[in-house]
Design a protein around this ligand. Structure first.
Ligand SMILES: C[S@@+](CC[C@H](N)C(=O)[O-])C[C@H]1O[C@@H](n2cnc3c(N)ncnc32)[C@H](O)[C@@H]1O
Length: 429
């Protein structure tokens, strides 16, 4: 522990006051708001919808399938429920312990200070889930009196989750009815700053921004390609011939012709047996880079992912177990690993962005001093149970067999600040 502490002395100045502050981790004992919607329960709604769609149009792409399953306006997986935590389908790092969000906040503060703490400051989070990460970040920024002339911008497609986020973050909020507004919800955070909700990043105002995406890109639709003796073919989803009209099931098939996406997305140099590409994610990487180059800022992406070597990663999670993504669509989360190589290629193609990483979560958190923060907190705790809890959370976040190795971090900076970064390198990478 001590050797790592020594390497993080720059951050210690920021971490130490947190120890004395009231920011004691709630660990597992977070209290959550749940928002219930009256939606008629029909687990087969999406199966029937997709069955009819495929009957009329023929087999659909995996991207089309993902979009319908996750984003269908009324029954999409993300659109009608809160799926986080022990009772849900999965748990994410910010939900495990508030030390995760605090460490991210301290990292952001540190890097933003090096840039001269430009104001006004926009904090943008893509896919904020329950709003927990943003909430933990605002707490730390408030503590360091860094929220003057700041605003929070959340990009969220789910009406239900936007409501949960508003309850987590705001003392007051309301849906906006003015069609001229690009945001659909607005509020005032407990920390006093304005909060806005958008359906897409391009609607967020331009300006110096700290842009975060934690477990967002893995939820975006992907196209799947498979190498055959006759070259690459796009993988499509078709209806499985079923025994009875009540039993709808789906299967993978290969497109006979070269699809438009195969022609545009697949590189001629590709060699992998299975390739997954998300054009939607690529578009958003471009938008993040453009914002950072034109208006200044920092991008931080954290997700499941690989370095261009990943193959068949499309999968589903239900009640914390991996399940068949084609089974009972809409009842499980669908995900595919993020290709960090693509992020790097897009970010660095014009030489305007410095792109660091990917680095595994364990290394990132250790390098930015999580051990120091946990050690200091433990020293200030008396309750053995609380200490055990904290250690358990720390292990969950950093152990390589848990979240420590599965998740990777990548950061983006405008290359105009190269001289500053040469003198004061970015911590954590
Ligand atoms: C896996 S959850 C991650 C939540 C949160 N970042 C966390 O780590 O706890 C994905 C989030 O992205 C949102 N989301 C998924 N697809 C989206 C899209 N196309 N545009 C905006 N938000 C989206 C979901 O509603 C959800 O809030």
């Amino acid at each position: 522990m001590s050797s790592l502490i020594n390497k993080t002395t720059g951050l210690q100045k920021l971490i130490r006051p947190l120890v004395r502050s009231s920011l004691v981790p709630l660990v597992y004992l977070r209290t959550y708001y749940t928002v219930k919607r009256k939606i008629e329960k029909d687990e087969n709604f999406l199966s029937k919808y997709l069955y009819n769609k495929i009957k009329v149009k023929g087999p659909i792409t995996v991207a089309d399938y993902m979009k319908d399953v996750l984003q269908n306006p009324t029954r999409g997986y993300y659109m009608s429920k809160d799926m986080f935590g022990e009772q849900g389908d999965f748990i994410t790092s910010p939900e495990i312990s508030q030390i995760f969000g605090e460490m991210i906040a301290v990292w952001l503060l540190n890097e933003w200070h090096k840039m001269g703490s430009p104001k006004p400051l926009q904090i943008i989070e893509l896919g904020p889930g329950r709003g927990t990460l943003s909430s933990d970040i605002l707490k730390v920024f408030t503590h360091f009196k860094a929220l003057h002339k700041s605003s929070l911008h959340l990009v969220e497609i789910s009406p239900v989750l936007s409501e949960v986020q508003a309850k987590t973050l705001c003392m007051q909020n309301n849906l906006t009815k003015n069609p001229k507004n690009l945001y659909y919800r607005e509020g005032i955070a407990h920390h006093g700053i304005p909060v806005y909700w958008y359906r897409q990043l391009q609607d967020v105002p331009q300006g110096f921004s700290l842009i975060l995406a934690h477990e967002f890109f893995d939820a975006l639709p992907i196209h799947k390609f498979h190498k055959t003796y006759a070259g690459y073919k796009e993988v499509l989803i078709d209806i499985e011939d079923s025994k009875s009209s009540e039993e709808i099931s789906f299967r993978y098939v290969l497109a006979r012709q070269d699809t438009p996406m195969l022609k545009t997305l697949l590189k001629p140099t590709e060699t992998r047996d299975h390739v997954e590409i998300s054009p939607e994610a690529m578009l958003i990487y471009e938008q993040i880079c453009k914002r950072i180059v034109s208006h200044g800022g920092i991008g931080l992406i954290c997700d499941y992912g690989h370095n261009g070597s990943g193959t068949d990663t499309f999968r589903a999670f239900k009640k914390h177990k991996q399940v068949d993504p084609l089974l009972k669509p809409g009842t499980a989360d669908l995900t595919a690993d993020v290709d960090f190589n693509v992020i790097k290629e897009i970010a660095t193609k014009n030489g305007n962005i410095i792109c660091l990483g990917p680095i595994i979560q364990r290394s990132f958190l250790l390098r930015i001093g999580i051990e120091y923060r946990v050690k200091a907190l433990v020293e200030n705790m008396k309750d053995e149970k609380q200490i055990e809890n904290l250690k358990h959370c720390y292990d969950f976040l950093t152990n390589e067999s848990k979240m420590g190795d599965r998740f990777k971090f990548c950061a983006m900076f405008p290359s105009t600040i190269k001289k500053i970064l040469d003198k004061y390198p970015v911590i954590g990478f």
